[in-house]
Ligand binder design. Structure first.
Ligand SMILES: *[C@@H]1O[C@H](CO)[C@@H](O)[C@H](O)[C@H]1NC(C)=O
Ligand SMILES: *[C@@H]1O[C@H](CO)[C@@H](O)[C@H](O)[C@H]1NC(C)=O
Length: 241
């Protein structure tokens, strides 16, 4: 069960492992069109938006990015940044950055991180404490989870001004893959796929249980776990081995 969970995650990740990176640029920096270089000053090289971490709802997982999209001076510089805030019990679900390695630094721990090595089908997990650093190599599936009852915070540096994020739950359940394909791929029935899709629908109210299609009870009657939790449970189970 556990190894098949892990194999599934690895299999699902394989199509995303096409890698790319930032090219070297021929100038020191790139001024976006419409800017006058003679009017340039320090403001162009300054970004203040990362302070949004302070206003984050501490009950949620939030990520604030400083990539070339938010901070145009990063264009061509092969670096970017993100601030991550984890409310108690929240997860940054399994995902991949196709264009960059990530160097995560925990400023408020502990924080559980996990990395999947698809060549060995193995999970590398670690509980990081405040001050610890962890590297997620480019293109490898990884996640972070705050299992504690306090907020956890971290900063991540990326080796691309546009690292990209491919979230596995999102691409599986919010990208329009036909239900039949999901049922056959995940070896589950339509009702389970429906539950997973509804659970991931952003800001949707909790789905009312339908009387004619009762959810299949798992583990002797436990209610179906929310999708992210279900995926995380796979990893957690693997951790216990
Ligand atoms: C750029 O700014 C300088 C100084 O204000 C001005 O003389 C010049 O005409 C501007 N160039 C363009 C293309 O707007
Ligand atoms: C720096 O440039 C910005 C426009 O990019 C301008 O709004 C700001 O006033 C300038 N600051 C100084 C000190 O010249």
């Amino acid at each position: 069960m556990v190894s098949s969970c892990l194999a599934l995650v690895v299999l699902l990740a394989l199509p995303f492992l096409a890698l790319a990176g930032d090219p070297d640029i021929l100038t020191d920096f790139i001024l976006p069109p419409g800017n006058n270089v003679s009017l340039l000053n320090g403001t162009f090289f300054t970004y203040t938006g990362l302070f949004a971490i302070d206003s984050a709802n501490p009950a949620k997982f939030t990520v604030t990015k400083a990539t070339a999209t938010e901070f145009p001076a990063l264009l061509g510089q092969s670096v970017s940044y993100a601030a991550l805030s984890f409310g108690p019990g929240t997860v940054n679900p399994p995902h991949v950055h196709p264009r960059a390695s990530e160097l995560l630094y925990v400023v408020e721990g502990p924080l559980l991180v996990g990395l999947i090595d698809e060549t060995k089908g193995e999970l590398y997990a670690q509980t990081l404490q405040t001050g610890d650093m962890f590297v997620f190599p480019k293109g490898m599936v990884h996640f972070q989870f705050n299992s504690g009852d306090h907020v956890a915070r971290a900063f991540s540096a990326f080796g691309s001004s546009s690292p990209g994020t491919v979230s596995l739950p999102t691409v599986l359940f919010e990208s329009g893959i036909p239900d039949t394909v999901l049922e056959k791929s995940l070896h589950v029935d339509q009702a389970t796929v429906d539950v997973l899709e509804q659970d991931l629908a952003p800001l949707a109210p909790a789905p009312a249980p339908s009387p004619d299609t009762p959810p299949t009870p798992k583990n002797g009657g436990a209610a179906p776990a929310p999708a992210c939790f279900a995926l995380l449970a796979c990893f957690a189970a693997a951790l216990l081995l």
